[in-house]
Write a protein that binds this ligand. Structure first.
Ligand SMILES: [Zn+2]
Length: 205
């Protein structure tokens, strides 16, 4: 089986509880310290086996093999990737069965990051996630005052559009946010503006 490590918690004797996002399932697994042969880290894509035990309802994680990314030694890319993938754990918490959208999204993103700027690639993937979950707000109604937005526009968590005066946050030109939310394009955004969007993503999926 293959999956992405979205959470690691240390438990007694340096054992680990490892949460893995696989194609149709989120697995919570137990990793014995003594069984650690290969590196386990947040964001890694791994090939693995699970072994059920009578003692515990949490299966043992075994035969782990890391499936590397081309950019794994690029510190900035790895850092951004890990920050993003960590957000999936609280977002999908208490869900076991998932549709393959999430696994495929991460697969595609990891390929796009070979050539693309990581923050831009991640923001675009996040827009796809919002769309998939029916949370992409393209009606340009202010989330706070519920009136239409026709001119300057700001974004808050989950890229929800608001009036700059309603939220005291950064102002963007309407056309730019229209392009972002409707075309899912960041082409007219400066790097420093992409940083701003990136920080919104980090507030949580
Ligand atoms: Zn408003």
């Amino acid at each position: 089986m293959q999956g992405y490590i979205i959470d690691i918690k240390a438990v007694k004797d340096d054992d680990l509880i490892v949460s893995i996002l696989a194609e149709n399932h989120i697995y919570t697994t137990y990793r014995f310290y003594g069984a650690r042969h290969s590196n386990i880290n947040i964001g890694y894509k791994i090939d693995f086996e699970l072994e059920s035990t009578l003692k515990s309802s949490v299966p043992r994680l075994k035969d782990v093999m890391q499936l590397g990314f081309q950019w794994i030694f690029d510190n900035e890319k790895l850092y951004c990737w890990q920050r993003f993938i960590k957000l999936f754990y609280p977002h999908l918490k208490d869900i076991e069965e998932i549709d393959d959208f999430y696994f495929k999204l991460l697969d595609k993103l990891s390929h796009k990051m070979i050539k693309q700027n990581p923050k831009r690639a991640i923001c675009k993937s996040y827009l796809k996630l919002l769309k998939h979950e029916g949370r992409l707000h393209t009606d340009f109604n202010c989330f706070l005052c519920e009136c239409d937005i026709t001119d300057d526009i700001s974004l808050v968590r989950s890229f929800m559009p608001v009036h700059p005066v309603c939220t005291y946050s950064r102002t963007f030109k309407f056309e730019k946010i229209e392009e972002l939310l409707l075309d899912k394009s960041l082409i007219s955004f400066e790097d420093e503006e992409v940083d701003y969007l990136w920080n919104i993503v980090l507030q949580g999926l």
